[in-house]
Ligand binder design. Sequence first.
Ligand code: PLP
Length: 423
Amino acid sequence: MAVEQQTESERIRADRERFVARGVATTPLVVARAEGARIWDVDGREYVDFAGGLGCQNTGHGFSTDAIHEQVDRYLHQCFMVGMYEPYVEVCRLLAETWPGEAETKSLLVNSGAEAVENAVKIARVATGRPAVIAFDHAFHGRTNLTMALTSKVVPYKRGFGPFAPDVYRAPAPYPYRGVSSDDALRGLELLLKQDVDPESVACVVLEPVQGEGGFIVMPHDFPRRLKDLCETHGILYVDDEVQSGVGRTGPVWAIERYGVEPDLLVSGKSLGGGLPLAGVTGRAEVMDAVPTGGLGGTFGGNPVACAAAVAVLEEVRTPRFQAHAEELATTIRTRLDGFAARSRLIGEVRGVGPMMALEFTEPTADVATRVTAAARDRGLVLLSCGIFGNVVRILVPLSISNAELARGLDLLEDSLGDAGAL
Ligand SMILES: Cc1ncc(COP(=O)(O)O)c(C=O)c1O
């Protein structure tokens, strides 16, 4: 009897409890279908999507479907190491064409952001002949062993999972809202290079230009340049992690373009595959080619279907039309969020770059943000939090969203802030 009264969502959630590992975090949403910036659940309820599959739908749900269908009909898997295929080469060509600088680049394609970060470190180590890596406060670079060591949040990412990879050091990152300036961060890094690790044994630094999981913390404009100068002084490579901030998320293809800094290696992922698993490492040709043949790769890395999707995605996000729409969205989002902050005692800061924007609550606890994301779900808005303290609400809306849909989503966000007692 009780079973007959269950909704589809309840039935699938019960099976999820029974069969899926607890360690994988889930929300109650059970998806049936998605299109553009809208999601429908298995009970037919419609949602505005402000999460984009965790930043993987910059071009919108369904954008690459035609390219995917075409490739599926030709062939699926080959393994690039067995039989090469053009879609892989095309993605690498497009990554070279969209490279934020002058260098001639080459790329490697893999399956996930974490795998790409791991490979960037491998390449930097071989290219420099040095072992050490420097990551920053509030960093998130993944959940594999090496990237857990680089990631800067104990619960839930590190507790109990050690021992971690050695030769990883942590420097302070700027966080102006919490009182850490570029000067403070660079002083901390210089101290680290005096106290803990010889700069001559450092292969690379790894930095997100806008820290994603760490709380949408935007690096101040001078910081990447000053960090790059310090790297050049010591022969350290600059790895730009654009897994969350890249592929058009902030407007330009890569967020680092806003800083005018040319990295040595750039890591991409998330939206690159338009919803299929694909990530990349791109870098100066001589750095990439420091690794001998066979040292890089993997069975599924650069899967042809994911590459076909990525070609469509990269062609789209480099267009002036896409970038102009992103700027338009950014203005709308910023105006509305600033308006919320002006009426709220609980919102401490509105920040972001382009449409990659967030609200940080003053209290360093997850309470308010958790109430807001739950209220949003009840109202039909898919919304995520982030931050070391879980006190940041972030917007990762598909950038194909129409102005009217965005306005509706922001209305729902306003109502949800009200429900949570934050307005
Ligand atoms: C900046 C950054 N780097 C790396 C990763 C890891 O990517 P993945 O989850 O695909 O392994 C993420 C994921 O959120 C990320 O935001």
